[in-house]
Design a protein around this ligand. Structure first.
Ligand code: AMP
Ligand code: GLY
Length: 425
């Protein structure tokens, strides 16, 4: 069978690599992919952007694609699964309506509160004066979020009232996020430790992947502006067995039941971004309607089950007795970024050392492309280098050892990925 993966990042490289290992998969197509997917055995890139869903459907038909897996949120929110499935082209992911769990913060907050799922208290505004009055009444710290998709940049965790007021001014009055910021959600600041809890969902049943944790901030010690993610590891030691049970019972199961009761059953990867309080209570920070990036890279390294079979079972509504199995070892991925990211950065720099392999490591590409036969940088997050090991320390040592073999002008990476897990180990 031919399988299509939509997207171009590290997550998509990891998904494509894992899907190629599935039984009966002769080729994985990635649209548009990157240099990593171009060079991966049995994987081929197709030069179509993930947002061109009509063109993707036509190409999928011409290529005889038997199953499609969607990486990023934008095509999901645009309805790629609705379009493909209506054309008898099996496509794994939520419908456009169900993808509103990520596509609209107001939709997801209203849903969470109505279903008694623990989350931060919030109010929604499109009127600037009312939003400002609310911020003044609540005080700081406080969190301001653009309602719609803003490529991960629409959240301001304000430590002062002034910063929060400036954020609503930017969104509601200066339209810095366009339509996405024409409505804002203002919510209570949650403290604690973040974790990513990602499940495979079939509309009624959710089967969890191994837990993971990412580092969103650009600088060591989780300081500085947020990025798409500078590294991630699996498992997340903050989630022990008891907490895992609670997350399933208090968050994941009520979410699937609530969506089904609303007539929009959730099929696809469901990513719950959680804050675990000092007391050990989990609360939802956000939902994503897709796999995490860079969480996918370490989690796919640990996944032992057949990913295609799992996604097919989920799309068919057959997860009731399904389990996923994982390598018990730790996987830890470090993102290598272009200097300057998440601000402005250069592209087109040749990358050296990619051919030097190291046992129990894997390099997933994100912002790369091929110029002739040379891999060059083509984005802010360039690579994610994953190491596997018996302990966090071992996995981390492997990842950094492999990183030292890879170079380009102006590479940047955090040297402390996994420090929280290391402290717990
Ligand atoms: P989101 O796009 O909603 O995941 O927000 C991006 C990041 O902002 C999260 O990963 C958190 O680090 C932080 N954040 C979002 N909401 C809150 C909150 N209510 N309290 C504290 N931090 C938050
Ligand atoms: N790593 C965060 C995300 O995928 O949203």
């Amino acid at each position: 069978m031919k399988v299509l993966v939509i997207g171009s990042g590290g997550r998509e490289h990891a998904l494509a690599w894992k899907l190629k290992q599935s039984e009966g998969v002769e080729e994985v197509l990635v649209a548009p992919g990157n240099a990593g997917t171009a060079l991966e055995p049995g994987v081929r890139n197709i030069d179509v952007a993930g947002e061109d869903i009509g063109v993707l459907l036509e190409i999928a038909k011409v290529e005889g694609v038997g199953f499609t897996v969607v990486g990023p949120e934008a095509p999901l929110v645009a309805g790629v699964c609705d379009l493909f499935n209506a054309n008898d082209m099996p496509c794994f992911g939520p419908s456009a309506q169900a993808a509103q769990l990520e596509g609209s913060k107001d939709f997801s907050k209203e849903f969470l509160v109505r279903n008694d799922i623990p989350t931060a208290a919030y109010e929604t505004f499109s009127d600037l004066d009312k939003a400002k009055a609310y911020i003044r009444a609540q005080g700081a710290p406080i969190v301001v979020k653009a309602d719609g998709l803003a490529a991960g940049k629409g959240v301001v965790v304000a430590t002062s009232e002034e910063q929060a007021l400036a954020a609503v001014e930017d969104m509601l009055s200066r339209s810095v996020f366009g339509e996405a910021g024409a409505t804002v959600v203002i919510e209570e600041f949650l403290s604690g430790e973040e974790a990513s809890f990602i499940c495979l969902c079939d509309g009624t049943t959710a089967v969890p992947f191994a837990s993971s944790q990412d580092h969103k901030a650009i600088f060591e010690g989780d300081k500085g502006p947020n990025t798409g993610g500078m590294g991630a590891y699996s498992p997340a030691p903050v989630i022990d067995d008891a907490l895992h049970e609670r997350i399933m019972a208090e968050i994941i199961e009520p979410t699937l039941a609530g969506m089904a009761a609303d007539g929009i059953p959730y099929v696809g990867f469901l990513y719950a971004g959680l804050m675990i309080s000092a007391e050990g209570d989990p609360r939802v920070i956000e939902f994503n309607c897709r796999f995490g990036d860079p969480e996918a890279q370490p989690v796919m390294m640990r996944l032992q089950s057949d990913l295609l079979a799992a996604c097919q079972a989920a799309l068919a509504g057959e997860l009731a007795h399904f389990n996923l199995s994982f390598d018990p070892r730790v996987a830890l991925g470090v993102v290598m970024a272009a200097g300057g990211y998440p601000g402005s950065y250069k592209t087109g720099d040749p990358i050296s050392g990619l051919h030097k392999d190291l046992l129990d490591t894997k390099v997933f590409h994100a912002g790369t492309c091929l110029e002739e036969d040379q891999v060059v940088t083509n984005g802010g997050r360039v690579l994610c280098v994953v190491g596997m090991g018996e302990t966090v320390a071992n996995a981390r040592a492997r990842a950094y050892e492999r990183i030292e073999l890879i170079g380009w002008r102006d590479r940047y990476f955090r040297k402390d990925i996994g420090y929280r897990a290391l402290e717990r180990d």
